[in-house]
Write a protein that binds this ligand. Structure first.
Ligand code: UD1
Ligand code: UDP
Length: 436
């Protein structure tokens, strides 16, 4: 099996690194395609060094631009590579423009797409990432989802549950493997050894940093929180806007805010693990914080990682100055809140997600389930049905006996993912009944 991996930005490099390691372990054939969306050394090359990744076979070199420009250039470049390399499976990760471009191009060429971190939903269609992940999920064949909740998002949208595999998130693999390495190799903490009460901050979401009102609310709060030391590795998008809106110099004058260049993964993991809390609008950081037992406060009104909030490790505050200050002080100063947040159970798995992703992909390939071809059955050969089950019968048994595919299950009014060994007694079952 030959796999093509498409990556384009910092988080994709980090979260696909464990998958690439697994592919290498199994000596599989693969091509690595970088779209070039992130191109600064500290946003791209540094991660190839830190994670010991091979140089990409192709770099499309799209650089920065509007969504339309960027995605179109990526699609043109990616299509050429797929036509030449003829992969059996294309893997994309997350919700960036690379995911959109890779998934659309592959599906039009009838190449199966495996979407790593599929099924996340913020239910906010103003976010470019929400459109990207929804469109990529329409184009995918295999869905490697991090949690049961993300699996449910997909089946509710009509995705076949047989193609949805709950693997955990590869960020846990990356985080756990590299923290040990970071402890030996990184000396980032020596720069900050004189400070106590370190809060690490990252932000780059368009809805926060491109919007002067929101950015002002957030940065005003940061400037007033002068009892803390705030370490702020600044994303290039954010830096440009802080300068454009005249906020950068005001922040620098406040000695407690240390604005530094984006740091490599090893440095960042060590910094994060030694922080009292993290303030962020990043997706990956909400996951890493709960993995490393660091309380997280998220500068957003919604999240596609709601599991972190329900688990108790993450608090959403939006961009409201008062709320940001109050919640920061609560987390920093109230031992009960801190302990509760630190003890939140990590919903993203055990660090073996990439192993599972490879196992399932190989199995599906070897079983011949990855061929994309037009259906041969005549149309309308099934009926969509609902039934209350009154006996002990598993999903698999029900499907066999009834010649059916279970789409979704309701247990006591709550939606459940139809795991094959789930006992359906007293549950409502939504299914397709085949008529031939
Ligand atoms: C992109 C992703 C976002 C992801 C983030 C990770 C999309 C739609 N957005 O957002 O989902 O969370 O990456 O960090 O795919 N720039 C540089 N150097 C670089 C890269 C960017 O200076 O190496 C500057 C440019 O001015 C550019 C701006 O940052 O216009 C934004 O970059 P872009 O890649 O368009 O989006 P991100 O905000 O990085
Ligand atoms: N990260 C890093 N250095 C930094 C800031 C972030 O290595 O200076 C890592 C972080 O550990 C996480 C990833 O970058 O794994 C998150 O990327 P980002 O916030 O840019 O994107 P998102 O996750 O929001 O898509």
């Amino acid at each position: 099996m030959k796999i093509a991996i498409v990556i384009g930005t910092r988080p994709e490099i980090i979260k696909m690194a464990p998958v690439i390691d697994e592919i290498n372990k199994r000596n599989l054939d693969y091509v690595l395609i970088h779209t070039g969306q992130h191109y600064d050394h500290e946003m791209s090359d540094q991660f190839f060094l830190d994670l010991e990744l091979p140089t990409p076979d192709y770099n499309i070199g799209v650089g920065s631009g509007s969504h339309g420009e960027q995605t179109a250039e990526m699609m043109k470049g990616i299509e050429k590579v797929f036509v030449k390399e003829k992969p059996d499976l294309v893997m994309v990760q997350g919700d960036t423009n690379a995911v959109l471009a890779g998934a659309i191009v592959a599906s039009k060429l009838h190449i199966p797409v495996g979407h790593v971190e599929a099924g996340l939903r913020s239910f906010d269609k103003t976010m470019p990432e929400e459109i990207n992940r929804m469109a990529a999920d329409v184009c995918s064949l295999l869905y490697y989802v991090p949690t049961e909740e993300s699996a449910l998002n997909l089946v509710v949208e009509g995705i076949n549950p047989k193609n949805v595999i709950i693997t955990g998130n590869t960020v846990v693999d990356a985080c756990l493997r590299n923290l040990k390495i970071a402890e030996n190799k990184s000396d980032i903490l020596s720069q900050f050894s004189e400070y106590e009460n370190i809060l690490t901050l990252t932000m780059h979401r368009a809805e926060n940093v491109d919007n002067i009102e929101r950015l002002t609310q957030i940065t005003d709060a940061l400037m007033e929180l002068n009892e803390l030391t705030i370490i702020f590795p600044v994303h290039p998008r954010t830096l440009k806007n802080l300068e454009k809106f005249g906020i950068y110099s005001k922040m620098i004058e406040k000695g407690h805010i240390k604005i530094i260049k984006p740091v490599g993964y090893l440095d960042f993991l060590l910094l994060l693990s030694h922080s009292q809390m993290i303030m962020t609008d990043s997706g990956g950081l909400q996951e890493e914080a709960i993995t490393l037992d660091v309380p997280c406060m998220t500068l957003r009104y919604n999240t596609e990682r709601p599991e972190t909030v329900t688990a108790g490790g993450n608090i959403l505050v939006g961009s409201d100055k008062k709320k940001i200050m109050e919640t920061t002080r609560l987390i920093m100063n109230d031992p009960q809140t801190r302990e509760k947040m630190k003890k939140a159970i990590n919903p993203y798995g055990d660090g073996k997600s990439s192993e599972r992703i490879l196992e399932v992909s190989l199995r599906e390939y070897e079983n011949g389930n990855m061929e994309i071809k037009a259906p041969e059955d005549l149309m309308n050969q099934f009926k969509r049905k609902i039934e209350l089950v009154d006996s002990n019968i598993t999903v698999l048994e029900f499907e066999k006996i009834n010649n059916a595919l279970i789409r979704l299950v309701y247990d006591n009014g709550e939606a459940r993912f139809p795991h094959e060994d789930l006992d359906l007694k007293n549950m409502l079952v939504l299914f397709d009944k085949y008529l031939n």
